[in-house]
Design a protein around this ligand. Structure first.
Ligand code: 5AD
Ligand code: SF4
Length: 441
């Protein structure tokens, strides 16, 4: 039988990266081997993101490119998946002709049967219904050869309905997996050589709250901390309103929990936080970061910030800058507000002009770069435990890995160190990485 190749283009967050891994596993059972080369593929999937307009535009331009390949080779199967597929559903067919397969965020587990229908009946399949089951979350993706880290979804969806955000509409209501399922999956990953797990959910802090079975995130972390072979635990994303004192305490008490938290602030102005429906004030946010640093002084704190949310005045923006000056994040992801259809913010007036948003973003990023550089320079001379992930992209003789605080470290070392925890003395802190020297015992 002729070997079949699959190519997946993934846009967006870690959740999407993990969804794509699961798609690849399911299609491997249908005889598809993954390839990096889209020209050689028999099936091309695009896993899309819809969080901002720019992400949507990227997905459409990639789809356009792939459809040109299909024009040359009509046997090619083209699939459109993820949040944008969820949003558009069958409407995609009137915008782009001849897409074979369209499926949403709750239908990944049905990929083999959808693929069979496309292949055998040569018909178009569109599946974007929501399901209350968690089938798609539990698909086990065995680690790729030599992988050190793995993603584990612990919940799906979101109930927060922040005024700017489409996620609750596209990923459905919040639902958590059972601790047994999660622990079972992580034990299996550990047996296959995985050393670091990143727990995924839109708001991991509220894990288990709706289950009524007393499952909660802190006790889940405790259980994972006890799994033999796992050296590091990370999680993303946390919502500040649900960050409890118990969870903050874990950064002091759980050995394997990495000293890093991604805690999206979105804004430093109370007026804007209220309009965004975030459920906390700037003071409460600040206080939580102080508590985190009291429990764990070396913790790195990263964040997401949106500039130009409707109604954001120069004074509100200045309050965000003030917050950044007070907290000094290790790094941030920053965005211009992007209007999304169907969200509460769409109806808000006082839209901020594009030029103003651009100016604010530029200024804020310059400030953050200064803070990031200062934080990284301050690590010069310190010894960091680095979990070695592989050869460095820049130099064949170098290895690369991350500190517990999520910073990239490059250093010279023997390839047999890959997968091991290595003490490295930091010699130089750059904006996007650190350089160091292995400490030999
Ligand atoms: N416009 C700009 N940024 C957004 N985000 C989510 N929705 C929007 C939007 N409509 C950002 C938030 C969130 C991150 C994943 O994306 O900062 O934390
Ligand atoms: Fe979107 Fe808010 Fe849910 Fe995060 S918590 S996914 S920003 S609605």
């Amino acid at each position: 039988m002729k070997k079949k190749y699959l190519h997946i283009t993934t846009f967006g967050c870690q959740m999407n990266v993990h969804d794509s891994e699961q798609m690849a596993v399911l299609l491997a059972d249908c005889g598809y081997e993954q390839t990096e080369d889209s020209a050689k593929a028999d099936c091309l999937l695009i896993n899309t993101c819809s969080i901002r307009d720019k992400a949507e535009q990227k997905a459409f331009s990639e789809l356009g490119r792939l459809m040109k390949l299909k024009k040359k080779n009509p046997d090619l199967i083209v699939g459109f998946a993820g949040c944008l597929a969820q949003h558009l559903g069958a409407r995609i067919h009137s915008r782009v002709k001849n897409v074979d397969l369209v499926f949403g965020t709750h239908n990944i587990h049905r990929l083999p049967e959808m693929m069979e229908a496309v292949q055998k009946e040569r018909k178009t399949v569109t599946e974007v219904g929501f399901s209350s089951s968690l089938h798609s979350l539990g698909i086990y993706a065995p680690p790729r050869n030599g992988a050190i880290g793995a993603y584990v979804s612990i919940m799906q969806g979101c109930d927060n309905y922040c005024a700017y955000c489409v996620v609750p509409y596209l990923r459905g209501p919040e639902k958590s997996r059972t601790p047994e399922d999660i622990v079972g999956e992580i034990k299996k990953l550990a047996r296959s050589g995985i050393r670091e797990v990143t727990l995924l959910g839109q708001n991991v802090n509220s894990y288990g709250k709706k289950s009524g079975r007393g499952a909660d995130f802190v006790s889940l972390l405790g259980k994972i901390n006890a799994i033999e072979g796992i050296e590091r635990i990370r999680f993303t994303t946390s919502h500040p309103k649900d960050l409890s004192d118990e969870l903050i305490g874990c950064f002091g008490s759980l050995r394997k929990l990495c000293r890093h938290i991604h805690l999206p602030a979105q804004s430093g102005a109370n007026r804007i936080l209220k309009r965004m429906k975030r459920g906390y004030t700037a003071e409460e946010y600040l206080e939580k970061t102080e508590r985190l640093r009291r429990v764990c002084p070396e913790i790195s704190i990263t964040s997401d910030i949106i500039v130009g949310f409707p109604g954001e005045t120069g004074k509100d923006y200045q309050e965000t800058i003030d917050m950044m000056e007070k907290i000094r994040f290790d790094s941030i992801f920053s965005f211009k507000y992007s209007e999304r259809k169907g969200t509460a913010a769409e109806a808000l007036t006082e839209k901020v002009p594009e030029t103003e948003k651009r100016q604010r973003l530029k200024e804020l990023q310059i400030l953050q770069d200064r803070h990031t550089q200062e934080k990284n320079s301050a690590l010069e001379g310190s010894v960091q435990e680095v979990l070695v992930e592989g050869p460095s992209r820049n130099s064949g003789r170098e290895l690369t890995g991350r500190t517990s605080s999520w910073k990239i470290v490059n250093f010279e070392g023997h390839p047999e160190l890959i997968g091991r925890m290595v003490p490295v003395r930091i010699s130089r802190g750059y904006l996007h990485s650190l350089r160091g020297k292995q400490i030999t015992p």
